[in-house]
Design a protein around this ligand. Sequence first.
Ligand code: UD1
Ligand code: CA
Length: 418
Amino acid sequence: MNKNIACIILAAGKGERMKSAIPKILHPICGRPLLGYVLDLVKDLKFNQVIAVLGHQHAEVRKHLAPGIKVLVQKRLLGTADAVRVALSGLKNFKGTVLVLYADIPLLKKETIQKLLKCHLENKSEATLLTATLREPEGYGRILRDRYASICGIVEDRDADDFQKNIKEINTGIMCFHKDRLVSGLKSINLNKRKKEYYLTDIIEIFYKKGYLLDALKAPDINEVLGINSRQDLAKANKIMQQRINQDLMREGVTIVDPDSTFVGFGVKVARDTTIYPFTVIERDVKIGKRCLVGPFAHLREGTILDDEVWVGNFLEICRAKISQKTIAKHFGYLGDTIIGKNVNIGAGTVTANFDGRKKNTTVIKDRAFIGCDTVLVAPVKIGRGAVTGAGAVVVKKKNIADGVTVVGIPARPLKGK
Ligand code: UD1
Ligand code: CA
């Protein structure tokens, strides 16, 4: 499948409406840059060739691309038609179908693209558009149809008259083309005087006037085609992606008490029969085992791995930490750069002081240790198997506690008579 199909990803734009120093497509949803979602889609669909058109901050954006994607730079941001023209300069000898994707549309599903391509190829159309019907179409290009309901053009929101603004059918931006027709059609596109850009959307009227076969497929779910232009769009997409992630986890056997107040990043893995309580934030790629209890109000940051039956509770932040089976840390504290063994009890208010002002240091806590309430562990430090710290102890750096020893006080010393 998807032979003789070249895919162009348009990713050169500035994203001015974001009002940001960071390129728009590097803003994250659920912890992952927008661009990453399009790249996944393209990877799954296995095209012959993939070309990304970069422009604004291209050196930075390029770092996020997968190998195998050809990059072409659009030197002046002269619009979507110009960007496609740049991409085609890398497809000189290619014959077949060209699919255009926008990097600022992150929620699109591969099944929808498959359907679009199938419709395009089966009907032998010159161009096929993915459209959608929106209750609030503001901001999108509107699909114009003639008296026979055939597509005859696209008008951008900013250029539309009052009648056209009322049209609810929009251009999602996703289109596929017969390559040679695309190449020749682009030559006829004139500069839009108001925006000083060449609009790819103008090609539709050009095709219509030539009598070419134009087709459209309606997107099955309007959420899929949400284009991210502003921070508001970003928040909306984040919410939808969050719902997808939480649904997937629940489908796999995870209890999420309140999905609306549970924030789970992209790529997080949670095994069966774990329960996640409300107001918990789990960042990208964290791994959680079976039958764990997480939250409420827990923050699991990058590099956190919980084995089976670990309990991490209220107001606890965990970062770059591996916690082994049946260890319990139920009440507030910070565990960072930490390796914790099995059956360890971490008392309320325990803090690993991992940062010495210059670098992050590691704390190791061995099996069955008992860390008393309000203990501060100044890293680098090791707490032995079955060792105990008294409430309020400050274990200073490099003063490792041997197996089975109880320490108390500030700085922590072995308890006399023990
Ligand atoms: C575009 C469409 C609009 C559609 C909407 C769907 C045009 C003229 N308009 O509008 O009909 O409803 O998408 O989301 O095509 N880009 C470049 N080079 C450029 C300009 C843009 O690569 O010179 C890239 C951007 O990075 C972005 C994509 O093209 O990924 C779309 O550009 P954007 O400015 O966001 O277009 P919209 O105004 O959203
Ligand atoms: Ca856009």
